[in-house]
Design a protein around this ligand. Structure first.
Ligand SMILES: NC(=O)c1ccc[n+]([C@@H]2O[C@H](COP(=O)([O-])OP(=O)(O)OC[C@H]3O[C@@H](n4cnc5c(N)ncnc54)[C@H](OP(=O)(O)O)[C@@H]3O)[C@@H](O)[C@H]2O)c1
Length: 221
């Protein structure tokens, strides 16, 4: 990328950069109405990808879709709780029919956390967080696999966390879910390479989002 040229041009238009264009690409981003997922939807759509996203809150999803339409982005959405297998299947059926059976990019972004001391966690906490953080990403990836393979240029991204590597105050379940996600990413990157599907995990540190604020509130109590 020619930085001086970007400077001379003033505002650099993503859509004008053929080197980085995602024109013609399709993407599914889970949890795109807030935080990192919202930013990822805008980034992908800004580069020309057609994006489908989901969240549990219909009004917020509809507001985001209107906002993106006004910006000229091509984004559709579904109300979906990714911790539920039937809803995951419905989501992927919708994506398949919208994108004619082909998906280039899957961003497994949804994640949640309730930070507590290890011995304060209940069995319900383990089940809720593991189904939201890990089982959702595993099962959505498997459901998306035929679509990713059909695109012949697939990419899966798991939104992990630095907490997966470093003992921190994030909480044991969250950290363990994210560590499992890292291992899944390594496994799939070997298993699906033959199908031209790249698989990566991203491990952000601290980003000021609704999730972080929720964790901080719990920490301060
Ligand atoms: N923020 C950080 O500092 C940080 C650091 C490291 C890693 N991460 C990871 O980055 C990812 C995004 O985090 P964030 O901070 O952007 O979170 P966030 O601000 O809380 O946003 C989460 C998004 O996911 C949706 N969502 C939550 N649960 C869902 C479910 N069961 N089904 C469908 N959608 C659901 C939310 O909408 P609804 O609530 O309306 O469903 C929202 O759109 C997570 O995987 C998180 O673990 C974050």
């Amino acid at each position: 990328m020619n930085v001086s040229k970007m400077g001379e041009a003033g505002v650099f238009s993503k859509m004008e950069s053929s080197r980085w264009s995602l024109q013609g690409m399709t993407a599914l981003v889970t949890g795109g109405t807030k935080g990192l997922g919202h930013a990822i939807v805008e980034e992908l759509a800004g580069f020309g990808a057609i994006v489908h996203t989901c969240s549990r809150t219909e009004t917020e999803l509809n507001n985001c879709l209107l906002e993106w339409k006004a910006k000229g982005f091509r984004v559709t959405g579904s109300v979906c709780d990714v911790s539920d297998q039937t809803q995951r299947e419905n989501l992927l059926n919708t994506v398949s029919s919208e994108f004619n059976g082909k998906l280039n990019i899957l961003i497994n972004n949804v994640g949640t956390n309730t930070a507590k001391s290890v011995t304060d966690y209940t069995a319900e906490d383990v089940s809720f967080m593991t189904s939201t953080n890990f089982e959702s990403a595993f099962n959505i990836s498997v459901l998306a696999y035929p679509l990713l393979k059909a695109s012949n240029a697939g990419s899966v991204v798991f939104m992990s966390s630095m907490a997966s590597l470093l003992p921190a105050y994030s909480g044991a379940i969250y950290a363990s879910n994210k560590a499992a996600m890292n291992q899944l990413a390594k496994y799939l990157s070997c298993d699906w390479a033959r199908d031209n599907i790249r698989v990566n995990a991203i491990l952000p540190s601290v980003v000021k989002t609704a999730l972080l604020e929720k964790e901080l509130i719990i920490e301060l109590k």
